[in-house]
Design a protein around this ligand. Structure first.
Ligand SMILES: [Zn+2]
Length: 349
């Protein structure tokens, strides 16, 4: 009798334990709380420096999917579609001893000068690269004939638009990631007037860890797929009154990939997140203290150029320090994680 009583109690205990265990196992994940935590983390990392990036990829609606059309760009079909100059023109600026801004109000282009010529980093549209890049170099006292390489972070019309002009006029070599060369090959109309094909021997296919050398200067190229499959980011050295400073250049930011369904969206966000970790590690390895992008929206280039004009003996407005560079990539990772969590949430609902 006693033993029977004992076993009843044991059974009750086991049942209670099993019940509470199963209720614990079935507690649904609080996705809303996880998403909010990721966004809070991004906001904290962004601080006052990276509000544009935070806004674009954490707060505003996500950029839509992937462009699969092979239509000629509107501004090629009809020059009346070229935006008015006041929407894109910005003054060129010498930013460091060997580094110049030759971009526009919205999209950036840069010139890295070396002992053997100029490396252009990203171009702009076909309709404004002549004035902004070629004209900008001339205004700054540089000779566009010295352009040797054009390094393209990714094959979207706002960054590859002027590549073909620079290649044809100055015989510059265009450097781009393999998957983005494939995009150019796949959509000949969309990229009409923008980029040479690699078959003509004047295209360089970049790979992860590649060192592009020109004279006394090296740019390290890093595969950071996500924004496009072939997006490149870079690390390189600039000089401020002779003092070397390392730069991390983030090549693609918005979520321009299939991102509205769990498959392949969750995987695509993971590729993007892994890429930001990769370039963040490379930036940390060289103690990068400047973060640059190809949109002023993300790195405040045009505003920093204004500050630079009134710098005097003050600190360099682009030099934020190593911690801020790391915080930039944290914003990207956290915002991508928040968006990825939304897709994971869809899977269990
Ligand atoms: Zn893009």
């Amino acid at each position: 009798m006693k033993s029977r009583k004992y076993s009843l109690v044991t059974l009750l205990l086991i049942l209670t334990g099993a019940f509470s265990f199963s209720s614990f196992a079935q507690t649904p994940r609080d996705f809303d709380a996880e998403i909010e935590a990721a966004i809070r983390s991004a906001k904290q990392a962004a601080g006052v420096e990276f509000l544009g990036t935070l806004n674009r990829i954490c707060l505003l609606p996500t950029s839509g999917g992937v462009n699969t059309s092979d239509n000629l760009p509107r501004y090629v079909v009809d020059p009346d579609n070229i935006p008015p100059r006041e929407q894109w023109f910005a003054e060129p600026m010498k930013v460091f001893d060997n580094f110049y801004f030759v971009g526009g109000k919205v999209h950036s282009s840069w010139a890295l000068t070396t002992s053997e010529g100029i490396i252009i980093i990203d171009t702009i549209f076909p309709y404004n690269s002549r004035e902004l890049i070629i004209g900008g170099l001339e205004k700054l006292g540089l000779d566009p004939e010295d352009i040797r390489y054009v390094v393209i972070s990714h094959a979207h019309g706002d960054h590859i638009g002027g590549a073909q002009i620079l290649q044809e006029r100055f015989n510059a070599q265009v450097v781009m990631g393999a998957a983005d060369w494939d995009l150019v090959d796949t959509y000949p109309n969309r990229y009409a007037t923008m980029a040479p094909t690699r078959q003509n021997g004047r295209g360089v296919v970049a790979y992860d860890g590649m060192e592009l050398n020109l004279g006394d200067t090296t740019i390290s190229l890093w595969d950071t797929p996500g924004h496009t499959p072939g997006t490149l980011s870079y690390t390189f050295t600039v000089f401020d009154n002779g003092r070397p400073i390392n730069v991390a250049y983030s090549g693609g930011t918005a979520f321009n990939f299939v991102n509205n369904t769990p498959d392949p969206g969750i995987g695509n966000f993971q590729i993007y997140i892994d890429s930001q970790r990769h370039i963040a590690e490379q930036a940390a390895a060289v103690n990068a203290s400047v973060i640059l992008s190809n949109h002023s929206e993300f790195d405040n280039a045009v505003n920093r150029n204004r500050m630079l004009a009134g710098r005097g003996d003050g600190p360099h407005p682009y030099e934020l320090g190593e911690e801020w560079v790391q915080r930039y990539f944290q914003v990207m990772q956290d915002c991508a994680r928040a968006a990825q969590l939304r897709l994971e949430q869809q899977l269990v609902q």
